[in-house]
Design a protein around this ligand. Structure first.
Ligand code: RIB
Length: 307
């Protein structure tokens, strides 16, 4: 069955600890809170796009285990079509997440598990869906060669392609030229360009460097609490943040933004409106704990935008 949006990526279980600070090596520290829930950037983005109103197919690989079942239940509840291989040889992965109480900032260590064993063979059964999508999006938690081929298949079919280069990794030659949009955060933009992003000027320089590396339409650098910066052939624009309430957990904010962006583009919104929509999805997500579970539904996004 065709889908407007197709996403390739990782599902893992997020083990999230809250504390006033990270323990140092050799130290044991009592956390102020813990949750175990669904995560993985690709899955989070798929859930965000579907809850925002998109028709989403999600390609991944999970283990035959409890964590994998968490993913299956999540996608069913969110209305994501699971284009999933169940791997008998690898367990579903997990992420250890540290969330700083007070500001909600996070640090993440991820073991992709079965999704780290995704190969080109996982794409083949879904070739028609990838080529027929309006929007195709991926990240870099699964092997980069598979992300590269996914972008090639989607581009050949005429989809709008989005690469969220997270976590940062060396890209094969020519990969950015397959991407209509690239959406790094500050550290990922620095890794891809060598330009340290500290303010609007440096973000602009990094975004221009990404365009010079071949990105087809625009580089969108997400700037956390400062919104985002768009750079395309028409120039550079700052996308202001939206205040949706007290920030409690920024984990998955980038995924919320990307999922919202993919949804908006698939529904034919023009670029500025799509970026505002994406910003609203992210703004609501950071007022809630968790990642996939923090994604807002469409009514909530529209209410914030109309406020
Ligand atoms: O972007 C947040 C996500 O990154 C978490 O859900 C974690 O699983 C890692 O993949």
């Amino acid at each position: 069955m065709p889908h407007d949006i197709v996403i390739l990526g990782v599902f893992v279980a997020d083990a999230a600890f809250r504390s006033d600070r990270l323990p140092v090596l050799g130290e044991t520290k009592i956390a102020t809170g813990f949750t175990l829930g669904p995560g993985g950037k690709g899955s989070n983005q798929a859930v965000a796009a579907a809850k925002a109103g998109g028709d989403v197919g999600f390609i991944t690989r999970i283990g035959k285990d409890t964590f994998g079942q968490m993913g299956v239940q999540l996608w069913a509840a969110a209305g994501v079509s699971a284009l999933v291989t169940q791997d008998p040889d690898h367990p579903t992965g997990a992420a250890g997440i540290f969330i700083e109480e007070g500001c909600g900032r996070n640090a993440i260590l991820i073991s992709p598990g079965a999704a780290g064993a995704i190969t080109l063979a996982d794409l083949a059964p879904h070739a028609a869906i990838i080529a027929g999508a309006k929007v195709a999006m991926t990240q870099l938690e699964q092997p980069v060669d598979v992300a590269h081929e996914f972008c090639r298949m989607a581009r050949a079919g005429g989809a709008i392609t989005i690469l969220n280069p997270a976590p940062a990794a060396a890209l094969p030659a020519g990969m950015l030229a397959l991407c209509d949009f690239v959406t790094p955060n500050e550290t990922e933009a620095e890794a891809l360009t060598g330009i340290k992003v500290t303010d609007t000027n440096s973000a602009t320089a990094a975004a221009k460097a990404l365009l010079a590396q071949g990105v087809r339409q625009a580089a969108v650098i997400t700037l956390g609490a400062n919104g985002a910066l768009l750079c395309d052939q028409g120039g550079t624009r700052h996308v202001p943040p939206i205040d949706a309430g007290r920030v409690v957990d920024t984990t998955g904010a980038g995924d919320a933004f990307n999922g919202g962006f993919a949804c908006a583009l698939a529904q034919g919104m023009e670029l500025n409106a799509a970026l505002d929509f994406a910003t609203a999805v992210a703004a609501i997500s950071v007022t809630r704990r968790g990642t996939a579970e923090a994604m807002p539904n469409r009514a909530e996004v529209m209410a914030l935008l109309q406020r």
